[in-house]
Design a protein around this ligand. Structure first.
Ligand SMILES: Nc1nc2c(c(=O)[nH]1)N[C@H]1C(S)=C(S)[C@@H](COP(=O)(O)OP(=O)(O)OC[C@H]3O[C@@H](n4cnc5c(=O)[nH]c(N)nc54)[C@H](O)[C@@H]3O)O[C@H]1N2
Ligand SMILES: Nc1nc2c(c(=O)[nH]1)N[C@H]1C(S)=C(S)[C@@H](COP(=O)(O)OP(=O)(O)OC[C@H]3O[C@@H](n4cnc5c(=O)[nH]c(N)nc54)[C@H](O)[C@@H]3O)O[C@H]1N2
Ligand SMILES: [Mo]
Length: 792
């Protein structure tokens, strides 16, 4: 195996012709790839020949495996190793990490779990462990950690997602069903191509977002599916601060809008339809409840403010004539009201979703083919391509005896304010007193807002255990790090969500010597905790993958679909194509017969007004869609007084998945001199006296980072866009408030809930000051942190 730090990594263009070379195919969240393997090591990465769009994020993938940033031994933070766990004031991230023996590391984790559970109870363990992890049904990190912690006595969990946290909570009240179900109820691209006439796209459907798909994908088809709509003559209107949010091939009209004001625009479109009597009265009366009450709000009968195009123009910056024209078009044409997920990742993020669903219900297109409401078309690859799922088996997680949970984005508040209460979807939750945090497969130093607040919160628990494969930010900020195999070093079953291929993931190479999978590490700790047998059920990883395959085969057989024998299946490079099940078009059925096909809302209808939500009495999320001015936006007095204040949007990166392998060639190619870019309008850059490539300081009261300027004319003035996922790289690691050199927007974003209803992330509600930076120290995000060996 050799020293992984010196193992020569092949160049991406090195297509090996040697006779001993072998091609191995496996799947990642960003696609299926062929690896050239020689002498047991991966030498080159390529997309399968029939997937020309698939290469985007693969560039250099094999080079990440034997990279110096790989963690090859367990490590313990120096202060923790020498003085043991302590409450509060820990210096995580600011002390050297000390290499220890595997047995020692496993013993430490097992003893610490035992101590915390006996001294403080099972509610003192936080195992929410949010994160995308990797593709694979068995080695899925969240399933593994949750199964492990459940058998160990349970854990405080987290609910909902960063992706769609507001939609998941509000839409069940409005449209019924699980909030995630909305993806399968949305009109699909093929239906839009066939029947649709107009797509009004709030925030767009950027192709960069279709480069990823949870669980993987066999072929990238999103670009062709979108283009088929344009070719069929569907008109696209892009309402977004950023012109790039729709592919140029769609020839969209671009309506720039102030961030965070889409609700006002939608309400004014609805208000225009109401004032003109152009709404779909028949559908509203038969299939919806609460329209009259909403209508009186639109007309200003209750608050004295009619929601007119002029009113919305003032708020959103979209000219009144455009609002009027758009409203008319929506009511005349078969229309999809389409929203990106990022609209809800903002303060009052419930509102654009409720307003969008309401506008669609008024439009005449809801429940008709190729029309209606779409929540997240193309936000990951499969959404809009397929409805339903293949129904592949997953690892059973068991039962969690601990009831306490948090809305996922409230993690810092939980750690900072044990015993305090928080409103959530009609409940009052109490934050538990967390002593031990265990994370596998996620990176809170990527995903959480207000990283300086997170750091203060992160320093409170007694012990933090992390599994990761590289020196990622979350690994650097742990007390005990257990390095694990990467997905390219495991055999598994891949089944992407809303994908149609069941594929064998074949390990491309073995992990560095001694490195276990997450499963292997948990099995070792389970043995020390006395429940190895329950955790493994006597199976090794191969046995488990075979069991999941057999279970899948049995499920499919019941649906009349036959799978080959497992040993035959793993040899099929193209896997098996499977039919999807589930994913009804519930709105078509509702329109057809609401009595026979009620929605899963209290009334069985679309709840334009929800008595349930109104009954919660939340001032920040009343009983129907409303406009509420956010605390940070370009319409604020603060922004009006200072033209160097910008609205910062932090969107998904085009060169990687979140923060994963941020040091890869594909990710570095999107940076400028190893640092994240900030996109500014040319006029703004000129006014600030900065040009392309210059380093600027981006700051507000919460924090500051450096970023490199990239100018364009395709952005609304006074808006700045940064990609998420650059590895947090503070000048003084471990010290809250320290300048981040990499350009991680989450040192700037606010950590506030969307509202008392969903408490979801509000990352997009963020004003920053941008100014030239006299100094531009290099980012050291990809340097190996200070480590040492334990004294013998
Ligand atoms: N400002 C701002 N912040 C955001 C967003 C935004 O739009 N703006 N978007 C939010 C959204 S939608 C999301 S989904 C989150 C994403 O947040 P995360 O899902 O937490 O981000 P990832 O970078 O995917 O983190 C995965 C981590 O797990 C590790 N890993 C991968 N596979 C495995 C495995 O098999 N085992 C183990 N043990 N580790 C593994 C990776 O190395 C990485 O450190 O970010 C959110 N944060
Ligand atoms: N390449 C790549 N693709 C990904 C991911 C990734 O990490 N990398 N992550 C995946 C994940 S986990 C998720 S949840 C999805 C997220 O999907 P989204 O959340 O929808 O994606 P974003 O890229 O954050 O935002 C899309 C666009 O919305 C626009 N926007 C932001 N705020 C506003 C606003 O107030 N009004 C309007 N009209 N537009 C606005 C921005 O210009 C932005 O470019 O993406 C997925 N796809
Ligand atoms: Mo997400």
């Amino acid at each position: 195996m050799g020293d992984p730090k010196s193992a020569g990594a092949a160049r991406p263009d090195e297509r090996v012709a040697a006779a001993s070379a072998e091609i191995r195919r496996t799947t990642t969240h960003w696609g299926t790839y062929d690896f050239t393997v020689r002498d047991g090591r991966a030498r080159a990465t390529a997309a399968p020949p029939d997937n020309p769009f698939g290469q985007t994020l693969a560039n250099g993938l094999h080079e990440t495996l034997d990279h110096p940033l790989r963690i090859v031994r367990p490590h313990v933070r120096e202060g923790w190793l020498e003085h043991g766990p302590r409450v509060g004031g820990n210096r995580r991230g600011g002390e050297p990490m000390v290499e220890v023996e595997w047995d020692h590391a496993y013993d430490l984790v097992a003893r610490e779990l035992a101590r915390v559970r006996s001294e403080h109870g099972d509610e003192a363990v936080f195992g929410g462990s949010y994160g995308w992890g990797s593709a694979g049904r068995f080695h899925h990190a969240q399933s593994q950690i949750h199964r492990f912690l459940n058998l160990d006595g349970g854990y405080v969990s987290s609910r909902n997602s960063y992706s769609v946290g507001a939609q998941e909570v509000v839409l069940p009240h409005v449209l019924g069903g699980p909030g995630m179900g909305m993806f399968d109820w949305s009109p699909q691209w093929s239906e839009i191509a066939e029947h649709g006439e107009l797509v009004v796209s709030f925030g767009g459907a950027p192709l960069k977002n279709t480069r990823v798909n949870q669980g993987g994908m066999r072929r990238n088809r999103a670009a062709e599916a979108q283009r088929a709509c344009a070719d069929a003559g569907v008109r696209f209107v892009l309402v977004s601060p950023l012109r790039d949010d729709l592919a140029p091939e769609l020839r969209a009209e671009w309506i720039p809008i102030r961030p965070g004001t889409d609700t006002a625009l939608m309400l004014a479109m609805a208000g225009h339809l109401a004032a003109e009597g152009r709404e779909d009265r028949e559908f509203l009366e038969r299939c919806c409840v609460g329209y009259e009450r909403f209508r009186s709000y639109l007309l200003g009968e209750r608050d004295g403010v009619p929601k007119t195009p002029e009113w919305a123009a003032e708020i959103s910056g979209v000219p009144a004539a455009t609002v009027r024209e758009l409203a008319e078009a929506v009511s005349h044409r078969r229309t999809v009201v389409s929203l990106t997920w990022s609209l809800q990742r903002a303060q009052y993020g419930e509102q654009p979703y409720w307003a969008g669903a309401t506008l669609a219900a008024m439009s005449g297109s809801m429940g008709r083919p190729g029309g209606g409401f779409a929540a997240g078309l193309s936000m990951t690859h499969g959404i809009g391509l397929h409805r339903g799922s293949m129904g592949v088996a997953s690892l059973p997680q068991g039962r969690n005896p601990v009831r306490a949970f948090i809305p996922v984005a409230r993690v810092s508040d939980m750690l900072l304010r044990p015993g305090d209460t928080v409103d959530y979807d009609g409940e009052v939750l109490t934050y538990p007193d967390i002593r031990l945090v265990y994370w596998a497969g996620g990176n809170p130093f990527h995903h959480q807002q207000d990283l300086n607040k997170l750091l203060r919160a992160w320093n409170r628990p007694e012990t933090i255990v992390v599994h990761d494969s590289w020196w990622t930010p979350v690994a650097r900020y742990a007390d005990i790090v257990l390095p694990v195999a990467t997905p390219l070093e495991r055999d598994d079953l891949a089944a992407g969500s809303r994908d149609t291929t069941l594929l064998a993931m074949r390990r491309v190479q073995d992990p560095p010597e001694g490195i276990p999978t997450d499963f292997g590490a948990f099995a070792e700790i389970a043995a020390r905790r006395g429940f190895a047998e329950q955790f493994t059920e006597g199976l090794d990883a191969d046995g488990w993958v075979r069991r999941l395959f057999a279970e899948t085969a049995a499920r499919l057989a019941a649906r009349g679909v036959e799978l080959p024998d497992y040993d035959e299946f793993v040899k099929l490079p193209d896997g098996v194509e499977l039919p999807l099940r589930g994913g009804d078009d519930i709105f078509a059925k509702l329109r057809e017969n609401p009595e026979a096909n009620p929605l899963a809302t209290p009334s069985g209808r679309i709840e334009i007004f929800s008595g349930t939500v109104a009954g919660f009495g939340y001032d920040d999320c009343p009983g129907h869609a409303v406009w509420l001015a956010p605390t940070e936006w370009l319409g604020s007095a603060e922004a009006a007084a200072d033209e160097n204040l910008f609205h910062l949007l932090s969107h998904q990166p085009r060169g990687r998945l979140h923060s994963q392998i941020d040091f890869s060639a594909a990710s570095l190619a999107t940076k400028i001199d190893g640092r994240e870019a900030i996109v500014l309008h040319v006029d703004d850059a000129n006014r600030l006296g900065v040009a392309d490539g210059d380093v600027v300081r981006v700051s507000n009261a919460r924090g500051a980072c450096l970023a490199a300027v990239r100018t364009t004319e395709g952005i609304l003035r006074r808006v700045a866009v940064m990609a998420t996922g650059g590895w947090y790289d503070p000048v003084s690691p471990g010290e809250p408030g320290s300048l981040d050199l990499q350009g991680n927007p989450n040192v700037l974003t606010p950590d506030i809930g969307t509202s008392r209803l969903a408490q979801a992330s509000s990352a997009q509600t963020c004003l920053v000051r941008v100014g030239a930076s006299p100094e531009a120290p290099r980012s050291r995000a990809y340097e190996v942190p200070v480590t040492r060996r334990a004294a013998p």
